[in-house]
Design a protein around this ligand. Structure first.
Ligand code: AR6
Length: 169
């Protein structure tokens, strides 16, 4: 049984086995939660991402996929980088958003991570509406076949926290 917990705050301050990053396919950093993770985690994470680009991910990480690196100076053992879909009103990309959560948990299982913190993937720069993103996130984690014991959603602001709370209650 996986326990779902909700926290309002900064994901880079969490003490967990793995912190999930809402990255982009370049794996070379960006703004939002990605920028915060690299800033607080230090250059070791970017070095590891560059190595991945030079080896297995020459063309970048595809949307909906996930890959792990060191967590550098963060209070975690790993960062799991995943690439959320950009919101589209014209096309249903919810399968790709669900895949981010499922693939991140699959990678967490491979690593032996027991506690995993997720941000609200795709809800910032990628503009996914928060209520819908919260529904997909909670549904996917609830139905995932994983040995992870705690999934912690770390929501940056009150509207995000409220949207996730509405899905859990
Ligand atoms: N802790 C927790 N949540 C945060 C934090 C934080 N420190 N900072 C922001 N958020 P975003 P995306 C929330 O834009 O939409 C990057 O440039 C934020 O309020 O970080 O998946 C990447 O490199 C929002 O609810 O990720 C990509 O290019 C959520 O995290 C692109 O943005 C996700 O917002 C990915 O866009």
């Amino acid at each position: 049984m996986t326990t779902l917990t909700l926290v309002q705050g900064d994901i880079t301050a969490q003490h967990v086995d793995a912190i999930v990053n809402a990255a982009n396919s370049s794996l070379l950093g960006g703004g939002g939660v990605d920028g915060a993770i690299h800033r607080r985690g230090g250059p070791e994470i970017l070095d590891a991402c560059r190595s991945l680009r030079a080896s297995r991910y020459g063309k970048g990480l595809r949307t909906g996929q996930a890959v792990a690196t060191t967590a550098g100076r963060l209070d975690a053992r790993w960062v799991i980088h995943t690439v959320g879909p950009v919101w589209s009103a014209a096309e249903d990309r919810s399968g790709l958003l669900a895949s981010c959560y499922r693939e991140s948990l699959r990678v967490a299982d491979e690593l032996g991570a027991r506690t995993v913190a997720f941000p609200a993937i795709s809800t910032g720069v990628y503009r996914w509406p928060m209520e819908d993103a919260a529904r997909i996130a909670v549904e996917t984690v609830r139905t995932a076949d994983t040995a992870v014991e705690e999934v912690r959603f770390v929501l940056f602001d009150e509207p995000a926290y409220a949207a996730f709370t509405a899905q859990i209650d």
